[in-house]
Write a protein of this length. Structure first.
Length: 154
């Protein structure tokens, strides 16, 4: 056959990451956990945890649960912890929960209530055939009694 590949050839080919992001639209409500090897945009409501390579919470998006990703951008509302290598909390965003990150940007006008902990993430390069969010190692212990809520204002 002209187009037939044998099984050994198919198994040796690396799995490609999705090219197109996944969306939870503005008029959508989702109960449960979401796992994606690529990018996910939330403009609706999610009640559950999200694990992805890149997670964008759009301006109408709302997440009630934890987010674990390499890159997180919050324009909407997150009620729950965020663990990521790079976190960007944009103006007008609302975050209630602890943020563990390696790098963070918090714009003027963003609301953050919770601890922000810089962490050294054990980097593992993302292979074409697998997606992993690296485990955390926290630089120091965080005493919840000594954490103050933070609100950035213009």
């Amino acid at each position: 056959m002209l187009f037939k590949r044998n099984k050994k050839e198919r198994e040796s080919e690396p799995r490609q990451l999705p090219n197109e992001p996944s969306f939870v639209a503005r008029d959508t409500s989702f109960d449960g956990n979401i796992t994606s090897d690529g990018e996910i945009h939330i403009d609706g409501e999610v009640r559950g945890s999200i694990r992805a390579h890149t997670c964008l919470i759009e301006s109408h998006g709302e997440v009630h649960g934890g987010i674990s990703a390499q890159y997180v951008v919050v324009r909407g509302r997150v009620i729950g912890p965020i663990t990521a290598t790079q976190v960007t909390i944009q103006s007008g965003a609302h975050v209630e929960g602890n943020v563990i990150n390696e790098n963070i940007v918090i714009e003027n006008g963003a609301y953050v209530m919770g601890s922000i902990t810089r962490s050294t993430l054990n980097h593992q390069p993302l292979g074409q055939d697998q997606f992993t969010v690296p485990p955390l190692t926290i630089d120091s212990e965080v005493d919840p009694e000594n954490v103050l809520p933070m609100k950035l204002v213009k």
